[in-house]
Write a protein that binds this ligand. Structure first.
Ligand SMILES: [Zn+2]
Length: 159
């Protein structure tokens, strides 16, 4: 399960999700970390631009494709505040990135949004391993998942 290093990167993802929220975007954040622990890239959701594909995991996959060797990609880890959607999981798989650690699951997000009365999104959620079999995937992480839930509540106007 997630160790101290993983938790440090996941806390950064929650910070990035908070930054997204503070600029009016949906609260999601992700970090790409090399095998030696170097943080290579990070991003948060940018769908408020009007482009609903601007998810951080998708941006990181494309950054990896442009900037990393196949071997380095396979040895890298992507940390994220919320489990990849099917689009981002597919991009991750096509690019050949390695392990994923998420703070909160898509199943958790779906239940939180249902509680908040938010209409279901046009794309259904799937567990990452339904999209990319064989990938090492860890999460959710208790404590951090609740922080992510609170960010979604704030985004949707609930205290
Ligand atoms: Zn996505």
């Amino acid at each position: 399960m997630a160790d101290d290093t993983d938790l440090r990167h996941l806390r950064r993802c929650v910070e990035l999700a908070t930054e997204a929220l503070e600029v009016g975007d949906e609260p999601f954040g992700s970090v790409l970390v090399a095998a030696d622990g170097t943080v290579l890239a990070e991003d948060h959701n940018r769908v408020a631009s009007g482009d609903r594909t601007r998810h951080p995991e998708f941006e990181l996959a494309r950054w990896a494709a442009a900037n990393m060797t196949p071997g380095d990609r396979a040895a890298a880890t992507v940390y994220t505040s919320g489990e990849h959607c099917p689009m981002c999981a597919a991009a991750h798989g096509w690019v050949g990135l390695g392990r994923i650690v998420y703070a909160s699951s898509s199943e958790q997000l779906s239940s939180w949004l249902a509680e908040l009365g938010v209409p279901a999104p046009p794309v259904r959620t799937l567990p990452i391993r339904e999209v990319v079999p064989g990938l090492v995937v860890e999460g959710p992480v208790p404590g951090l998942a609740e922080q992510v839930r609170d960010l979604h509540r704030r985004f949707h106007g609930s205290p």
